[in-house]
Ligand binder design. Structure first.
Ligand code: CS2
Length: 504
């Protein structure tokens, strides 16, 4: 496709037409990244196609002007490229009615939340975006942005924007609304509600009082579990999609064919018919979250760190290595699965074998560095509880320990160890701090002690488990001295020994 091809837009003929073209918005979405565009946007388009309704989406990018500019240039259209191993198909959801940058127009975020036409606010702001302090287990009152938001003025944090928006909505008549978190956090609805309430309680005097009464009366916070693997877009995909489309699309989103959304059906102000796109409304969202965050995400982290340390750039390449596949099967069956209550009607064996097919989708090109990014926040959701369950029943979770050892080796390599370029490409808010600890650590045990026990990276309870910390330290040393394959063999065979000993 030549650079002067027509740019995708509502009046530009293209091989795929937008599925819908809503006149009015009913949803405000915070976090206009690729995941939202390949997930909630697609479900919302299906809902509008099947049942209509004023459920267009106003998309708010936290900081990125480039996505907002590109969307406006393309009449708010973009394609989702569904990439199966043998074929790629294109869909243009067409559900967005506007887009802007939250950091540039925070007052507009507040005004939109107050607008009675908006009845659902959806969020994909990542695990990092909730201003939550794991140390206090409350809203992070040491965070400068949160403190500034509490003092007044235009709010910059997501929780500040939501709380100020709900205050303004209460003042404007208090029409019912739902706040729907779509991030990989357990009990994400209750978590979001707790943080917003804490923000309102922290306001001086009785300033937050009316909003708190409004929350009791007319605001709901359903939990939801979201699932679809969405890699970062690439120049190659832009070219391929533009050629298939016959029009230039600068912001296509690649996604796997699999998609899942489990939602608690508690919507104070109504909701789109998302079931038309296959969403499951269920009272068992907690079970779905647990299953997904541990089996998919927990194992994904293991594959990403071991893969990067093996020198491979993508998840399919990593799971294609025998040692990593065997480590992934072992962690799933022996360490994650026993900690999960399977939702009714889900066939866990089928779910697991589908996971291996999804990870092996080589056409998708999902990068180990993408999954390995932000491990300091992601792993906290994925590993402490299953690890503690194993430890309390007298077993060592060797593969979870290996996941942590892989993470530390990638982000905080001990002096003299080079984890390679895929590990170097992982970004992490804790990298500098951990690298500082690693620089003066004598060995893996000392590094693990500092990260897990002193810093409480995975919470206080795991920080008190000496045997686990020692095991992580040993595996860090094995990776450094004998290589990642030796560490995989060691962890998998130690885990098999336990399993055999337990058999009658
Ligand atoms: C991945 C997830 O980057 C990661 O940590 O585990 O983004 C994963 O691809 C999605 O949760 C799949 O739904």
């Amino acid at each position: 496709m030549s650079a002067d091809a027509p740019v995708l837009g509502r009046t530009v003929p293209a091989a795929a037409a937008p599925l819908v073209s809503p006149a009015r918005a009913g949803i405000l979405h915070l976090g206009l990244g690729s995941f939202h565009r390949a997930h909630q946007a697609v479900y919302t388009a299906a809902a509008l196609q099947s049942a209509g309704g004023d459920w267009g989406i106003i998309g708010v990018a936290s900081r990125s002007r480039s996505i907002v500019d590109a969307l406006h240039t393309q009449d708010l259209l973009y394609s989702v490229a569904t990439i199966a191993p043998e074929s790629t198909s294109l869909t243009i959801p067409g559900v967005h009615t506007d887009a802007f940058v939250g950091a540039e127009e925070p007052e507009r975020v507040v005004a939109q939340i107050a607008d009675p036409g908006i009845r659902v606010v959806t969020l994909t702001v990542t695990e990092n975006g909730y201003s939550y302090s794991p140390a206090t287990q409350h809203l992070d009152l040491d965070d400068d942005t949160v403190r500034a938001d509490l003092r007044g003025g235009a709010p910059r944090s997501t929780i500040g924007q939501l709380a100020r928006g709900l205050q303004a909505r209460a003042d404007a008549g208090g029409a019912p609304i739902s706040i729907l978190s779509c991030d990989n956090l357990s009990s994400n609805g209750a978590h979001t509600e707790k943080l917003i309430r804490e923000f309102l309680h922290e306001l001086p005097g009785s300033e937050g009082g009316d909003a708190l009464v409004f929350l009791d009366r007319a605001v709901s916070f359903p939990s939801s579990m979201v699932d679809r693997i969405v890699p970062s877009t690439t120049a190659e995909l832009r070219t391929r999609v533009s050629a298939l489309l016959g029009a230039r699309d600068d912001i296509p989103v690649p996604a796997e064919p699999f998609t899942m959304w489990a939602i608690e059906d508690r919507f104070a102000g109504g909701r789109p018919a998302w079931e038309a796109g296959g969403a499951v409304f269920t009272s068992e969202v907690g079970r779905y979250e647990q299953m997904k965050v541990r089996l998919l995400n927990g194992t994904h982290s293991l594959i990403a760190y071991l893969g990067a340390l093996s020198g491979v750039g993508t998840i399919p390449e990593a799971i294609g290595l025998d040692g990593i596949e065997s480590a992934a099967r072992t962690v799933l069956r022996d360490e994650y699965e026993p900690s999960v209550e399977v939702p009714s009607g889900v066939d866990i064996r089928a779910y697991e074998s589908e996971l291996f097919e999804r990870w092996a989708n080589s056409a998708l090109g999902h990068r180990t560095s993408q999954v390995g990014t932000d491990g300091s926040v992601k792993l906290r959701q994925r590993i402490p509880e299953p690890a503690l369950l194993s430890l309390r029943s007298g077993e060592m979770p060797h593969l979870i320990a290996l996941t942590v050892a892989g993470y530390l080796s990638c982000i905080a390599p001990l002096p003299g160890f080079d984890p390679g370029r895929h590990a170097a490409a992982m970004t992490d808010g804790a990298r500098e701090r951990l690298a500082g600890l690693a620089a003066s650590a004598r060995d893996g045990r000392e590094l693990a002690q500092r990260a897990i026990a002193d810093l409480h990276m995975f919470g206080e309870q795991l920080g008190a488990q000496d045997a686990f910390i020692t095991r992580v330290g040993e595996l860090v040393d094995t990776i450094r001295r004998r290589g990642v394959n030796a560490a995989i063999t060691d962890a998998v065979s130690a885990s098999r020994t336990i399993t055999r000993e337990m058999q009658p």
